[in-house]
Design a protein around this ligand. Structure first.
Ligand code: ADP
Ligand code: ASP
Ligand code: MG
Length: 412
């Protein structure tokens, strides 16, 4: 039997009406002759509420219990979706991660999928079940504890199932009708793309475009999963939405494919450290051991043997970074004058595989920002992206100005 994976995000299952609407959409595919694996998120707002409760218990909570609490939102939706399908006479059954079992690493709150055995679900499909509804975002560690896959992780659950079961397609149903040139919520001229390459989608996702979790794109690219993003609010044809595909399958594309932003960035500076071999290693080993995800790094100009080291990390990791750097100072491993944290910054990036062959994109980006009076605090580049850290109050302005100047509202 041909098989599809259909994933419904939080807003698409926000209440029973929306669950019914999604169930009808699933029924259409079953009627076409597909077996379907449905991956569901928690109802919108639920995961944030659960995370809030955990945060309230303690700032340095036990990540195993965080996962026990935060994974529970998906369990409710999975059961409700199975019940709704059964009411429509579609044979359906729900599965929590551990029942599959979706095996992950033990990195609680950021676990990676290791293996998805297919026997349990396939046996049920063999017995006439048409839809397996699986709770997204969660799995089980080698120690037998519940894990979660990081925020937005249901996308990754969906792609991993599509790869494991050799699904014909993995459809990600969400609250926008595809991948846009930038977030349509902050730029009204954002244009929906019919296709986007895996490489560009990977960069956009990792730079903040939360329409797909980064890891889901990585998996789709590695296992050649046919990945599509589309709206759960509109009637859909087989051509709807955005197809994430190989670069070779895209005829024409702009030099810059999209603009991404990440709101919750912090810039930290370790002021006046010795400018000698080993210092960067001491700083970034301590941060890595403390689980801080360092992104951009700049070493400032040296003056009389001293220098400043600047890096960026997510705002919710600032306390952990400060603690780690203070600990190595107290232990006499690193001497510095002070630690300065600027929490009012954001990261804005332009992405495009066309940059590999066309120079001048960085110069143009900096000119656009300077024309808007936006000061750039840190810059990083790779082959297909340029990122800058700017004051958070300029975020929308920067995204819109770049979108306009690179003419992303027009197709190539
Ligand atoms: P879901 O709950 O369905 O997983 P998410 O909120 O995680 O949905 O992701 C969808 C959101 O991603 C959209 O509502 C949109 O605001 C945001 N987004 C950011 N960048 C983009 C982009 N380039 N294209 C489409 N949506 C984007
Ligand atoms: N519910 C989880 C979250 O909000 C996972 C997901 O929706 O993908 O992050
Ligand atoms: Mg999401």
């Amino acid at each position: 039997m041909p098989l599809l994976v259909m994933k419904f995000g939080g807003t698409s299952v926000a209440n029973l009406d929306r669950i019914r609407r999604a169930a009808k959409r699933i029924g259409v595919e079953v009627a076409k002759g597909y077996d379907v694996i449905v991956i569901v998120s928690a109802m919108s707002g639920k995961t944030n509420e659960l995370v809030g409760w955990v945060d309230e218990t303690s700032p340095l909570y036990d990540a195993r219990e965080y996962d026990a609490v935060v994974s529970s939102g998906e369990n409710i939706t999975a059961g409700l979706m199975a019940l709704t399908l059964q009411e429509m006479d579609v044979p359906a059954r729900s599965w929590q991660g551990w029942q599959v079992p979706l095996m992950t690493t033990s990195a609680h709150s950021q676990a990676r999928i290791e293996e998805i055995p297919t026997d349990n679900l396939n046996q049920k499909f063999g017995e006439g079940m048409k839809v397996a509804v699986v709770a997204g975002f969660q799995g089980i560690s080698p120690e037998g504890r519940i894990t979660t896959l990081g925020r937005g992780g249901s996308d990754t659950t969906a792609v991993a199932f599509a790869a494991a079961f050799g699904a014909e397609r993995c459809d990600i149903y969400t609250d926008v009708d595809g991948v846009y040139t930038t977030d349509p919520r902050i730029c009204e001229k954002a244009r929906k793309l019919d296709r986007i390459s895996f490489e560009e989608m990977l960069e956009l996702a990792s730079l903040g475009a939360k329409v797909l979790q980064t890891r889901s794109v990585e998996l789709a690219m590695r296992y050649k999963v046919k990945l599509r993003v589309l709206s759960s609010f509109e009637e859909q044809s087989d051509e709807a939405g955005t197809l994430v595909c190989d670069e070779e399958d895209i005829m024409e594309s702009n030099v810059v494919a999209g603009v991404a932003y990440s709101r919750d960035e912090a810039k930290m500076t370790v002021v006046s450290v010795a400018d000698r071999p080993g210092i960067a290693s001491i700083i970034f080993t301590a941060l890595s051991d403390a689980g801080v995800n360092v992104d951009m790094i700049v070493q400032n100009i040296s003056d009389e043997g001293r220098t400043d080291m600047t890096f960026s990390c997510p705002t919710d990791q600032v306390a952990r970074a400060e603690q780690a750097l203070l600990a190595i100072k107290d232990a006499g491993e690193l001497n510095y004058a002070e630690l300065v944290a600027d929490q009012d910054v954001c990261k804005v990036s332009v992405v495009g595989i066309g940059m590999r062959s066309q120079s001048g994109v960085a110069a143009k980006m900096f000119k656009i920002l300077s024309d808007e009076g936006i000061n750039i605090k840190v810059i990083t580049t790779s082959e297909i992206k340029i990122s800058v850290l700017v004051d958070r109050k300029y975020m929308e302005l920067a995204v819109q100005a770049l979108h306009d100047a690179f003419e992303l509202d027009k197709a190539a």
